[in-house]
Design a binder for this molecule. Structure first.
Ligand code: ZN
Ligand code: ZN
Length: 365
């Protein structure tokens, strides 16, 4: 029987521990992948801290990954119809949905499926099939997994963020009704915000304003398409608002994207959107505060459209994958830190300290 090493979260706020698991026998339709790169997400830090109620310990963290098919049970095709075989490189959709419920079948919004679960978030490794998180040498993919076959010459590491922040940003744009020529504000300069800037550019935004807290990140935003960057540590709320009004003929932006997960950022997005504009909020992955709104001025009189975004669907992973493939050189810069599997704790700390834009683990480095 084959064995596999993985980094396990056994106790919150304590270092992950390397453990060895047996590789289980595959059931019909399951796929075993050799993980080539696992993304370390900001929400992994929250899970490690015990702030995510979906987590059941012990667990193998990691919901972002790319890899190579090591074993298959039965015939399998990817979402484009390509037949899959051992050795193929693949990206997979991180969420598995039931396909039968009101949200999956009637409303066609599988991201809201109450039975949806995600590798490395909802899955404990206490019982078989154990290998359900990406901080591992191997990952067992469920029979309902949605796969994307990747051409062998593509460097897989660069695709890692497509499965989480890229797909969530795609969902935000899918719901935004943004039009070509619109002015756009993006609040937050982590991977989610950077994907939003890249999507805004590809959707034909005339102006893309990025608000963040460090010059280094704001410079990176420019390379992804931001036309104006505003540092919230050197400009006041009023100064930022005034600047945005000036460049939008006194109206405010057409669409404001909250990608920071901070209540103040959402408030600023609502305040920056023009009359009849939209505010899309995708930054909140867990409870993180409240804001006060003036019901008349901020929403009603303004005819504001306020849209929440929760996770993503297969179509959004496809959108993020295609976006990255169209700008491979830019997106390579997003991966700022690489660690071997046994240094996963350092990777989490680099994300927690916001030193890394995106850290990845390379289990077979
Ligand atoms: Zn994530
Ligand atoms: Zn469902």
């Amino acid at each position: 029987m084959m064995e596999c090493k993985a980094m396990v979260l056994e106790r919150f706020n304590q270092p992950l521990v390397m453990r060895t698991f047996p590789v289980p026998r595959l059931k019909e339709g399951e796929v075993l992948v050799k993980v080539e790169a696992a993304g370390v997400c900001g929400s992994d830090v929250h899970m490690w801290e015990g702030r995510d109620s979906r987590v059941r310990l012990p667990m193998i963290l990691g919901h972002e990954g790319v890899g190579e098919i090591a074993e298959l049970n039965g015939e399998k095709r990817d979402v484009y119809g390509n037949p899959l075989q051992i050795g193929d490189k693949v990206l997979w959709n991180r969420g598995v949905t039931c396909g039968h419920c009101y949200f999956c079948k009637v409303k066609m919004e599988p991201s809201l499926c109450p039975n949806r679960w995600v590798y490395g978030i909802h899955t404990s490794c206490a019982e078989p099939p154990y290998l359900t998180g990406n901080y591992s040498e191997y990952l067992l993919l469920n029979q309902n997994v949605d796969l994307f076959k990747i051409e062998p010459e593509v460097n897989l590491q660069v695709l890692v963020p497509a499965s989480c922040s890229g797909a969530t940003a795609a969902h935000a744009f899918d719901l935004s009704r943004m039009e070509s020529g619109d002015s756009v504000l993006v609040q937050g300069v982590g991977p989610l915000g950077i994907f939003a800037i890249a999507f805004a550019k590809s959707f034909g935004a005339s102006q893309i304003i990025a608000i963040g807290g460090t010059e280094e990140r704001l410079t990176m935003c420019k390379s992804f398409g931001a036309t104006l960057t505003l540092n919230r540590n050197s400009l006041s709320f009023e100064e930022r608002k005034e600047t945005m009004r000036e460049i939008t003929h006194g109206r405010g932006v057409d669409v404001a994207f909250e990608m920071a997960g901070e209540p103040d950022a959402l408030k600023e997005c609502i305040s920056s959107a023009r009359t009849g504009g939209s505010c899309i909020t995708a930054g909140f992955g867990e409870p993180h505060g409240t804001i006060e709104l003036d019901c008349f001025h901020d929403i009603g009189r303004k005819n504001l459209r306020l849209q929440g975004v929760w996770v993503s669907e297969v179509r959004h992973t496809h959108m993020a994958l295609k976006l990255i493939m169209s700008r491979l050189r830019d997106f390579t810069k997003l991966i700022t830190h690489r660690f071997p599997l046994d240094k996963a704790n350092e990777a989490i700390q680099a994300m927690k300290a916001k030193e890394a834009v995106k850290a990845v683990l390379i289990p077979h480095g």
